[in-house]
Design a binder for this molecule. Sequence first.
Ligand SMILES: Nc1ncnc2c1ncn2[C@@H]1O[C@H](COP(=O)(O)OP(=O)(O)OP(=O)(O)O)[C@@H](O)[C@H]1O
Length: 249
Amino acid sequence: MIIEARDLKKYFGSIHALDGVTVSIPEGVTLILGPNGGGKSTFLKLATGVYRPTSGEIKVFGESPWNNWRVKTRFGVAYDPPAFPQFTTGREWLNLFAESRGFGEDEIKRVAELFEVKTFIDKRISGYSSGMLKRLSLAQAFIGKPELIFLDEPLANIDFDSMEKVIEIIEDMRGKTNFVIISHIWEPLMPIVDWVVVIGNGKLVLSGKAENVQEEVERLFKPHIRRKRGGSTEAPSPSGQEGPHPANG
Ligand SMILES: Nc1ncnc2c1ncn2[C@@H]1O[C@H](COP(=O)(O)OP(=O)(O)OP(=O)(O)O)[C@@H](O)[C@H]1O
């Protein structure tokens, strides 16, 4: 197991962002899903040692990440929204980060090419669009090919071609690097995901092998869009069984 949480709680005043989550995340690619405000990002920030648990515990590589530099340098993270100092350039920031981990310019060149940040890497971050910020945050997370990479919404704010590219990059690194990914855009990721965790309302909703929970995930998260056809309204039922809707009459 690369991450283990036991009765993990994080409260912000009266808000119970996480309210007793016990979950184990194995090696491989893990997707964390859940409704807005459910506690996914809070879980991620507890795993990366940004937050300290209110109670309970979380361990990454067997150690608590809070105040633990040894663990923190073993993973890369791309937060959402990405957070950077505004008045440095992308290159300056990546340089500083890479240096702190013992990597040099070649590694910056590699990640800059990988996520296509080269055209704006020497501009100040304050002038970046949300797409540029996303690319820079992904580039940072991949510096040094860490053994674990956390990605919060890696497919948000990028165009369709780039989305495919990001998925390909993750797929290429599968088996060598572990990933924990939060993504509302989950369907294109499913083929490369090993494990799925669903967090909602501060609680663990489900955790399991992707192939075993696929149906449940589809039931929970596939948009059930009502389509008008020939005057009657169709809406797939949560069980996936189509049936007459007396209310539509
Ligand atoms: N730093 C904070 N201070 C106060 N409340 C917070 C803080 N961070 C998160 N929350 C609250 O905790 C709850 C869980 O938020 P969190 O961001 O973890 O959810 P999420 O599942 O990542 O949501 P989304 O999918 O919208 O990003 C929300 O009610 C949120 O408003």
